[in-house]
Design a binder for this molecule. Structure first.
Ligand SMILES: Cc1cc2nc3c(=O)[nH]c(=O)nc-3n(C[C@H](O)[C@H](O)[C@H](O)COP(=O)(O)OP(=O)(O)OC[C@H]3O[C@@H](n4cnc5c(N)ncnc54)[C@H](O)[C@@H]3O)c2cc1C
Length: 209
């Protein structure tokens, strides 16, 4: 992409300035972690500067940047190791916000998207499974969800679930009865599942909220 439209270029430049002038001077020393007080101060400054959550819907506290312009703005955020965390555009939260914005119900958006964009919670994304389950190809998904009274029951084993230990909820990719007859791929649905756990969640008869 050679040039950005004026709004996206303006956000890129402001993000670039913010990262260099506000975030980088506050980076923790090598080997130390970013403390919560500093993170809160930097995020408040990012909101004031209009660079917080660039990819998220404006109604939820983001900057409404269209998907095709995420990359140059995220590159500016990533110039500092703590930049994506400060701007709340780090993986997997940024993708989960995007998905919730696209396919979430209003109730799901209020319950999951709003606190995620605000930076009050973290999320995770459960796709990868042990062999012979899914890696990059969702057609290999082994985990399955079955509809029961009042919700779904999920059986499956996920691994490499980044951030699962600190996540308030997990968006889980599973096979549903409607897809059982086909191995052609996946179709995101409106199912959503609260979870905690670690980086290798195994759930048997897991009944989500
Ligand atoms: C730091 C880190 C963080 C991660 N975080 C997460 C996470 O948060 N959530 C999560 O779900 N996973 C996560 N993963 C797992 C990561 O997404 C997996 O490595 C990936 O899903 C597996 O894809 P792959 O291409 O590496 O391997 P594979 O899926 O085993 O594929 C290996 C190769 O075979 C090819 N291939 C695969 N299927 C086919 C096919 N049907 N036909 C032809 N070629 C094929 C692929 O293109 C690839 O070249 C993480 C991994 C790392 C290292």
């Amino acid at each position: 992409m050679d040039t950005l439209p004026p709004d996206a270029e303006d956000l890129r430049i402001r993000t670039r300035d913010f990262i260099r002038s506000v975030v980088m001077p506050a980076e923790p020393a090598p080997g130390e972690r970013l403390d919560e007080t500093t993170l809160g101060r930097l995020r408040a400054a990012a909101r004031t500067a209009g660079v917080f959550a660039p990819h998220a819907p404006k109604d939820y506290g983001g900057q409404d940047l269209p998907l095709r312009f995420w990359s140059p703005v995220f590159q500016e955020a990533g110039y500092s190791l703590i930049g994506p965390t400060v701007l709340n555009c780090q993986a997997p939260d940024e993708g989960n916000m995007h998905m919730l914005g696209l396919i979430g119900t209003e109730e799901q958006k209020e319950r999951y998207l709003r606190p995620l964009v605000a930076g009050g919670v973290r999320s995770c994304f459960g796709m990868t499974e042990p062999h012979p389950g899914a890696g990059s190809d969702p057609a290999a998904l082994q985990s399955a969800a079955a509809k029961v009274d009042g919700g779904w029951v999920i059986n499956g084993h996920k691994r490499f679930t980044s951030g699962a230990n600190n996540a308030s909820f997990c968006i889980v990719m599973v096979r549903t009865p409607a897809l059982d007859a086909s191995a052609r791929g996946c179709r995101p649905s409106r199912g959503h599942h609260a979870a905690g756990g670690h980086g290798c969640p195994r759930r048997t008869h897991w009944r989500p909220n």
